[in-house]
Design a protein around this ligand. Structure first.
Ligand code: IMP
Ligand code: MG
Length: 196
C-alpha cells in the first residue's frame, strides 16, 4: 500500500489559533527579556525595546510553514536566520542516522535567540542545534516547536514552547513531510501505509 494522507489530527483552524497564541506569548516574553532594565518605567514601560536583538532561527524545511505563520503573529523587530537540518535518511525511517545541521547562523552573541522547529521527536536534531547555538553565547535561548511527540527522547532537550502534544505517530502536512512530499497539506494528518 502506498503511503497516503490519513485522518486529520489537527485541523487548520486549530493550528491557526494556537500559532497566534504562541506568537503572542513569545512576543511578550521576548519584550520582557530584551527590554533595557535601566529605563524608567521598567521593562514594560514606554522605553524603546531592544527588539532588534531578537533572532529567529527556523529549522528548514520542516518549520517553513509554521515559521511563516508564527512570525506574522510576532509584532516585534527581529531578524530571521534559517538553518537547514535533517535527521531522517528518507521517508519515515527512524533508524537513528546522523543529524545533519547545515551552517549555524553567525552573530548570535548577546542576542535573544528563538529556535523554531516543526516537531520534537527523538530530540537529537534540536539537541545538536541548541548546543551549537549556545557556543556563541546568546543572551537567551528559547526552543519553540509546533508539535511535541509524547515519547521518551534520545537526547535531553526541552521545548520552552510547544503548540500541541501528539501521540507517537508519523504525521504530515503544515510543513511536515513524508519523503519530501505532503508539506503543503493545510492540516496535520496521520500518514497511512508507510509500511516501515
Ligand atoms: P528528531 O531529531 O528525532 O527530534 O527529529 C526531528 C525532525 O524529524 C523533525 O524536525 C522532522 O523534520 C522529522 N520528523 C520527526 N517526526 C516526524 C513526523 O511525524 N513527521 C514528519 N517529520 C518528522
Ligand atoms: Mg525538520
Amino acid at each position: 500500500m502506498t503511503a497516503q494522507a490519513g485522518r486529520v489530527l489537527i485541523e487548520r483552524g486549530r493550528i491557526a489559533d494556537r500559532v497566534r497564541e504562541l506568537g503572542a506569548k513569545l512576543t511578550n516574553d521576548l519584550r520582557i527579556d530584551a527590554a533595557p532594565h535601566d529605563t524608567p518605567g521598567g521593562p514594560l514601560g514606554d522605553a524603546a525595546y531592544s527588539e532588534d536583538e531578537v533572532v529567529l532561527i527556523p529549522v528548514m524545511l520542516g518549520a517553513i510553514v509554521f515559521a511563516a505563520d508564527l512570525i506574522r503573529a510576532m509584532p516585534l523587530r527581529m531578524s530571521i536566520k534559517p538553518l537547514v537540518a535533517s535527521s531522517y535518511a528518507g521517508a519515515t525511517t527512524r533508524s537513528s542516522g546522523m543529524v545533519h545541521t547545515g551552517d549555524i547562523p553567525e552573530g548570535l552573541e548577546g542576542r535573544h535567540v528563538v529556535i523554531v522547529d516543526d516537531i520534537l521527536d527523538t530530540g537529537r536534531t534540536l539537541a545538536v542545534i541548541r548546543d551549537r547555538v549556545l557556543e556563541q553565547n546568546p543572551a537567551s535561548l528559547r526552543i519553540c516547536v509546533l508539535l511535541r511527540k509524547l515519547k521518551p527522547r534520545d537526547a535531553e532537550v526541552e521545548a520552552h514552547y510547544a503548540g500541541f502534544d501528539i501521540p507517537d505517530e508519523f504525521v504530515v502536512g503544515y510543513g511536515l513531510d513524508y519523503d519530501g512530499l505532503m508539506r503543503n497539506l493545510p492540516d496535520i494528518v496521520v500518514l497511512d501505509g508507510a509500511g516501515e
